[in-house]
Unconditional design. Structure first.
Length: 289
């Protein structure tokens, strides 16, 4: 799901359609074209898609033998994925290097609060559901407020029902499904003290991710580009020792290398971490070339 631009600087998104159904040659050509056109590509993949999609993406990246494609699958519900992808599109207009921009996805994930109002939790797999809540989900008219990220929460909707929200100013994005959104807009939004509220369509994967079509999904997020940029720019940057790209965090999102640990050897022979599969291919080409 590609959300509409948040502001005039938000760059457009490219939606990869039917990655696991189209011929491999077509997907390969599409990713090759995007890489040639933009230099680097960050693929934000929802956890709701089938495992075949992720396998196909890894296959394409391997066949292209490139470390300019980053595959990012954050632990967020579908609407949260869409919000995070738009935030990265906002930041893409700034003077951030490809590695820092791609790494920013992991950082910004911590500032997203994603949840839903559900008519049933009987098939909810992504949030712990107690036996009492599971039994009550079969009662007609039952509704549940659920937060899946950053900390799982589940309450049965009633006069005293509350969900812990962000401790900083956010906007709330609401995607209405087959359940009225009155509790979300009338109770949750004021309790979270959101600074604004917007509505959008429900992502196609939401019903499968939440285990029911009777839902209204919501996501609290930081909308301002200046705030997003300040968050990312305030984090110390480092250079990946393997591919040389600038990153933030402890893992390069393009080549998957982690900083070498000279104090705690992993294989009993040296303090270097083992190279990635892409690194092995490069080493073989260097030796035989």
């Amino acid at each position: 799901m590609a959300l509409p631009p948040q502001d005039e600087r938000t760059l457009p998104a490219v939606v990869l359609q039917d990655v696991d159904r189209r011929p491999l040659e077509q997907v390969l050509a599409e990713l090759q074209s995007l890489t040639d056109q933009h230099g680097h590509v960050v693929v934000v993949c929802s956890g709701a898609v089938s495992p075949e999609v992720e396998r196909r993406l890894h296959t394409v990246r391997s066949l292209l033998e490139t470390d300019r494609i980053a595959l990012f699958r954050p632990p967020l519900p579908p609407l949260g994925i869409a919000v995070l992808a738009r935030q990265l599109r906002q930041l893409a207009s700034c003077d951030l290097s490809p590695g820092v921009l791609a790494s920013a996805g992991r950082l910004l994930t911590h500032y997203i609060h994603s949840g839903a109002l559900l008519g049933s939790v009987a098939r909810l797999d992504h949030v712990p559901v107690g036996l009492k809540a599971h039994a009550k989900s079969w009662m007609p008219g039952s509704q549940f407020g659920v937060v899946a990220h950053p900390v799982p929460q589940l309450v049965r909707i009633g006069p005293e029902a509350t969900l812990d929200g962000p401790e900083f100013g956010t906007w709330l994005l609401v995607a209405k499904g087959q359940l009225p959104s009155d509790w979300v807009t009338g109770t949750l939004a004021p309790s979270w003290r959101v600074q604004g509220l917007r509505e959008t369509q429900l992502p196609a994967e939401s019903a499968g991710w939440w285990g029911t079509g009777r839902l209204t999904e919501f996501c609290a997020y930081l909308p301002d580009l200046s705030v997003l940029y300040q968050l990312v720019a305030s984090v110390r940057q480092s250079r990946c020792h393997w591919c040389g790209i600038d990153v933030i965090g402890d893992r390069c999102v393009f080549c998957s290398a982690t900083p070498p640990d000279y104090d705690a050897p992993r294989d009993g022979t040296s303090g270097h971490r083992r190279p990635t599969a892409l690194g092995h291919r490069r080493a073989r080409r260097a030796l035989t070339g």
